[in-house]
Write a new protein. Structure first.
Length: 281
């Protein structure tokens, strides 16, 4: 452990507890995703996720965090992140981003996904697909052929390259939200370092075994500028364009990387990018 504003390095035993939390999050997200159908309310999704977390003997990371009133965040259409579950009824074609966190013995997992309800606008489907691809490209960039990459800035570089590549292939120009970024995770849900989703001149901190990071690009179909609604939580696009959000928590260890909130540890997606995951001991 390090002091304030320093990155927390986890022991292998602590990472295993985070893996347990990550699998609870994966189960809760899968259940909420299955419940996300036209006619359901966003509060219905919250109740489903809360039940999964409770049944696992875990605690929700979000509930009570700075007085946040729910177990998950459900952000719809132009809502980028931090949407509060409510009586809002989901409708055909909605873009629904679901963000979930859970705690096991004091250690956190955090993950998010986006689902586009039928009848889906193909542009919304593409938005979600590019965002998910950018997340996995960012995760893959954390690994080198022999272990870990050198600096954290590789994540933002990879995410921005993925968005640029989609546009170069004939897709639309999409916006990368810069107001909200990924983060360290461990004994608290949000910790140093910030994990940027865009390239900068700074290479970022040196990557070390024991770091755990939440990689979470948020991408819009329009301008990436955002506003916060009067509830002081819900973040929306300034121009009303739709947004997608994907996230996984990733452990860095001596052998390489392991995706804590993916059931397979990220093996399938990372293998497609030439990266072999390194299972936890």
């Amino acid at each position: 452990m390090f002091g304030r504003d320093r990155v927390e390095l986890k022991t292998p035993e602590q990472v295993l507890l985070m893996r347990r939390a990550g699998l609870v999050v994966a189960d809760a997200l899968a259940a909420a995703r299955a419940a996300a159908v036209p006619g359901a309310t966003t509060a219905d999704l919250d109740a489903v996720a809360a039940r999964v977390i409770a049944d696992a003997g875990a605690q929700p990371s979000f509930l009570g965090y700075h007085d946040y009133p729910a177990t998950i965040c459900v952000s719809v259409n132009d809502e980028v992140v931090h949407g509060i579950p409510s009586a809002r009824v989901l409708r055909p074609g909605d873009v629904v981003s679901i963000d979930c966190g859970a705690i096991v013995e004091g250690w956190h997992g955090d993950s998010a996904l986006t689902v586009v309800l039928p009848e889906a606008d193909p542009a919304d489907v593409q938005l979600s697909a590019v965002t998910e691809r950018a997340m996995w490209d960012g995760i893959a960039a954390l690994a080198s052929g022999a272990g870990l990459a050198d600096r954290l800035g590789v994540v933002g570089e990879a995410v921005e390259q993925a968005v640029e590549a989609a546009a170069a292939d004939g897709g639309p120009q999409l916006g990368i939200v810069q107001d909200y970024v990924g983060h360290g995770i461990g004994s608290a849900m949000h910790q140093p370092p910030d994990v940027l989703n865009y390239r900068t001149r700074e290479r970022g901190i040196r990557l070390k075994p024991g770091m755990c990071l939440a990689i979470e690009p948020m991408i819009t179909r329009g301008d990436p500028a955002t506003d916060v609604l009067d509830d002081d939580w819900t973040v929306v696009t300034g121009d009303g364009s739709r947004a997608a959000h994907w996230e996984h928590s990733v452990a860095l260890h001596e052998g390489g990387i392991w995706v804590l909130t993916a059931v397979d540890g990220g093996a399938a997606e990372l293998a497609a990018r030439g990266v072999a995951v390194a299972p936890l001991a």
